[in-house]
Ligand binder design. Structure first.
Ligand code: SF4
Length: 323
């Protein structure tokens, strides 16, 4: 992921390779243990070849592999060997009218034909618990994969069940041994589905761009920079972990003194005040509607600060006299 150190990236890859070694035997064992104890244990996992040209080709290959694996389990329900592991499948999801290609770490087809998303992360589970922020981020990511899988499932008859719990695999304590838990993503899935439905279509966004603007990576750096700058952006610190334009947008946002660079909660507290300059002017009583709760709170905070500074100054003077 963008923003991840090379060391963390290499360690993450090594851990994932270990979890998927031997045809995914350990991974399938974990899925069986955590999600499907009633099924026959996986004797031999089937790992189809998903290679194809380009993301579109890989997505089509993945859809075919899912269909074949699901049909295979229907022919031999519950028999050992009917577990299938799709290693780095490619899924397509329509985002604002344009396909976005997604690559989960793995998808498992169970003997009953249901599908489970697997995410393998390099953050550790220490004494049975992991960093909640990281687990939350993994759950949001897995929810998008669940949605994309549901789109594939909807094209099959009968549509297989996409499980709404995903398997999160992490290193145990300070070792390189995998431990797994299941996470319910129904809430994240519903939120993402609503957000996707509300997204402005890419054609509508494109209509608002200046004529002739182009974002081809082959353009000279200066032209590409001007093209990117022609598009308004609302940077927030959260962009740092999710968007490759984060450093660019942060610099522009700081130049403009935008309060969004202080974080979305701060921006929400400041109401209609959108720049640091406006905030300071409001706090000094030079601008802003005094009936605006944000302006009133800023003025009160400025008064308290002035009082505290005056008191501290007086105390310092008294101390100097005593000495
Ligand atoms: S970094 Fe810029 S382009 Fe990326 S999400 Fe944030 S505001 Fe948008």
């Amino acid at each position: 992921m963008f923003g991840q150190s090379q060391f963390a990236f290499t360690r993450g890859n090594a851990f994932e390779a270990r979890v998927k070694a031997d045809g995914g035997a350990e991974l399938l064992r974990l899925v069986h243990e955590k999600l499907d104890r009633g099924a026959e244990p996986p004797a031999v996992g089937h790992v189809p070849d998903l290679s194809a040209t380009g993301p579109e080709g890989r997505a089509a290959r993945t859809a075919l592999a899912l269909r074949e694996a699901t049909a295979g389990t229907a022919r031999a329900p519950g028999l050992p060997g009917t577990w299938t592991l799709l290693d780095h499948p490619m899924l397509a999801l329509d985002v604002a009218g344009s396909p976005a290609y997604l690559e989960p770490d793995a998808v498992v087809v169970h003997p009953d034909g249901s599908w489970t998303v697997v995410e393998i992360k390099s953050f550790p589970v220490l004494d049975g618990s992991a960093d909640p922020a990281k687990v939350g981020a993994a759950a949001r990511q897995a929810a998008v994969y669940v949605l994309a899988l549901e789109r594939v499932a909807a094209r099959l008859a009968p549509a297989p069940r996409v499980r709404d719990r995903f398997l999160l695999v992490c290193p145990k304590d300070f070792s390189n041994l995998p431990t797994a838990s299941t996470v319910d993503v129904r809430k994240q899935r519903a939120v993402t589905d609503r957000q996707l439905a509300r997204l402005t279509r890419i054609e509508d966004i494109a209509d608002t761009l200046p004529d002739g603007v182009c974002f081809s990576p082959e353009l000279p750096a200066e032209e590409l920079t001007s093209a990117v700058e022609a598009v308004p952006a609302t940077y927030a610190p959260e962009c740092l972990s999710t968007c490759e334009l984060a450093f660019h947008c942060r610099a522009r946002s700081r130049e403009a003194g935008a309060v969004t660079s202080l974080g979305r909660p701060v921006r929400a507290e400041l109401g209609g005040l959108s720049t640091v300059e406006e905030v300071l002017a409001a706090a000094r009583g030079e601008a802003g509607d005094p009936d605006d709760p944000a302006v009133a709170a800023l003025r009160r905070a400025a008064e308290l600060r002035a009082e505290a500074l005056a008191a501290a100054g007086a105390a310092a003077q008294e101390a100097a006299v005593c000495l």
